[in-house]
Design a protein around this ligand. Sequence first.
Ligand code: ADP
Ligand code: ASP
Ligand code: MG
Length: 405
Amino acid sequence: MKFGGSSVADPDKIRHVARRFVDAKRRGLNVVGTVSAMGKTTDELLALASDVSPTPNPRELDMLLSTGERIACALVAMAIDDLGEEAVSYTGSQAGILTDAAHTRAKIREIRGDRIRASLEQGKIVLVAGFQGFSRDTMEITTLGRGGTDATAVALAAALGGACEIYSDVPGVFTADPRIAPNARKLPFVSYDEMLEMAASGAKVLMLRSVELARNHGVRIHARSTFSDEEGTWVTDYEGMEQAIISAVTHSETDVVFTLTGIPDRPGVAAMIFDRVAGAQVNVDTIIQNVVHGRAEMSFSVPAEDVAATQGALTATQAELGTFSVEQNEQLGKVSLIGAGMRSHPGVAATMFRTLADLEINLEMISTSPIKISCMIGRDRIPEAVRALHDAFALEGEPVVEPTI
Ligand code: ADP
Ligand code: ASP
Ligand code: MG
């Protein structure tokens, strides 16, 4: 059972979450919980770090950020004790969560669950601090990247062989962010493939890597509400008989677009640039290239947290390739349509572009996959674009086919 930061934001909420753990335990289950840092703690710690240092040392950043989850876990354990059940909290490293050595973006390699299992055998509710682990190579504490407690939850479920419930302030995965599209509808089921595209294109209700882990290890995720008992959304390998053409509209307002001009137009240059960028662990999304008078111009988008790494990689490539210039645009956002049924239905792109054109929204970049179409547009136009696309594809209506599993 995983509870996000807004679910443990204050003492009342912590007591409420403790009650949910205790109820599950009293239903006869072995309960392993993981919680995020309280409320906006991680943002506050990051702001504090950048007030102290313009380029915080990544090792120290992980020492700092990992404390947020420890605090929340210990408090939940205390509240569980008060309800008459035994609980024990562990840091990621105490719980045996082993990661690679990449500070602030580590990947889980393995979970040595012995200590968790021993505590479960003693009848305890076990709480594992989310979002963190330990690298055997460097003997250092690592964190897993923003939203990383979702990855902790899925990895624990995979390692211990349990079901994975992810509780948050929304009752499931919706056809659009319910904060932007008030008529968004909760989806009863989402396939791993669709959820991967949704998470990758900005639906932060589940962290992208948690969905990858779930798909790779066959973990079914139940995304549901902390504050009610209603059924949430199941993320599984389910594929319906007949799929909705469009399942959801997603958006992201944090991507940054880099444009490189004056690049030599010869084979191997793009490979060199993107090798460098990948070497800096940057996740590049939309890429477009044009050739004008024998020189190439290239634009690509990266998530906000990868901007510094991208700048570093580009500076190194500039030194190697001779001059090309780099521009950075922070005025764009991305709106995407996701749907497995899109594969067999032509015309989705046309309807999307027409809907945006009717709002006089200019399309700066377009990218597609078999089940996704994304457009980069002005960041300030994102909310109205999400609402218009949600209406244009009639996503507020009842689903045509109710899947069963
Ligand atoms: P937690 O703190 O519990 O990890 P997050 O803030 O990371 O929760 O994720 C939940 C938020 O995700 C919701 O408050 C909602 O605004 C946002 N969100 C974005 N897209 C969607 C979507 N398609 N369905 C549900 N929530 C979404
Ligand atoms: N507290 C971390 C964050 O804010 C991890 C998480 O919430 O899952 O990103
Ligand atoms: Mg989250």
